[in-house]
Ligand binder design. Structure first.
Ligand SMILES: [Zn+2]
Ligand SMILES: [Zn+2]
Length: 232
């Protein structure tokens, strides 16, 4: 790990320019370092505030920090890690079952998530509009295939079951292709599953006459199922 480069933090103030650059809502940048692989590690924290226990409402006591590293979307051609120094609190109410709790912000990352929300969004956008593979995405993020897939799969599954995905579709196509060339061992056994993929493609045109692209979905499924969804 290289020596930390100085952020623009002066005394107790946070730096507006760093926050504009990093853009993580209510989190403030307190440092940036370059990691051994040439990526960036951006350390962030929330501003101090009075925190009430979510269960009993009593004012909680600060109880140190927990550092969580999140895979963020690449920036300026480099993989990025967000090192979030999460605040931890203890509820002082003896009758309250909470004990200690750690700050969460689901606009930044899902609880126990390993990718930031915007990294998930970026990855899905790469799949949908840039013809990227999960392997290509994980190379750009500098993390493992499973880390990417475990983060985006539930989001893709949720959008797959959302009937709103067909809104505005006026032309629907069917696309069949071989999506990998390795063993068909089931995914549950660590394989890649079926080689062939049948997908639905939104062939509607946008205002500039461009095809809008694949209808969102997590992977192989039946065309009949998709058409039934569409008919609902
Ligand atoms: Zn700064
Ligand atoms: Zn409590």
């Amino acid at each position: 790990m290289s020596e930390p480069t100085s952020c623009c933090r002066v005394s107790d103030a946070y730096c507006d320019r760093c926050e504009l650059l990093v853009g993580l809502g209510g989190l403030h940048v307190t440092g940036v370092v370059r990691d051994d692989g040439g990526g960036l590690v951006v350390t962030v924290e929330s501003a101090p505030e009075v925190m009430g226990c979510h269960t009993c409402g009593v004012v909680a006591h600060g109880h140190g920090r927990v550092e969580v590293d999140l895979v963020d979307a690449p920036a300026m051609g480099r993989p990025v890690r967000v090192r979030w120094r999460k605040r931890r609190w203890v509820c002082p109410e003896p009758a309250c079952p909470v004990g200690s709790f750690v700050e969460q912000d689901e606009d930044v990352a899902a609880p126990r998530g390993r990718l930031t929300v915007r990294a998930c969004r970026w990855a899905i956008s790469q799949l949908r509009t840039e013809h990227a593979s999960v392997n290509g995405i994980r190379r750009q993020l500098g993390c493992g295939w499973r880390t990417v897939w475990d983060a985006i799969r539930p989001i893709l599954a949720a959008s797959d079951s959302d009937p709103a995905r067909f809104e505005g579709v006026t032309i629907l196509g069917v696309d069949e292709h071989v999506w990998h060339h390795v063993s068909t061992k089931p995914v549950e056994e660590g394989g890649r599953g079926p080689k062939e993929l049948t997908g639905m493609v939104d062939l509607s045109r946008d205002s500039q006459g461009r095809v809008r692209g694949p209808a969102p979905g997590p992977g192989p499924r039946t065309v009949r199922g998709d058409l039934q969804d569409l008919a609902c």
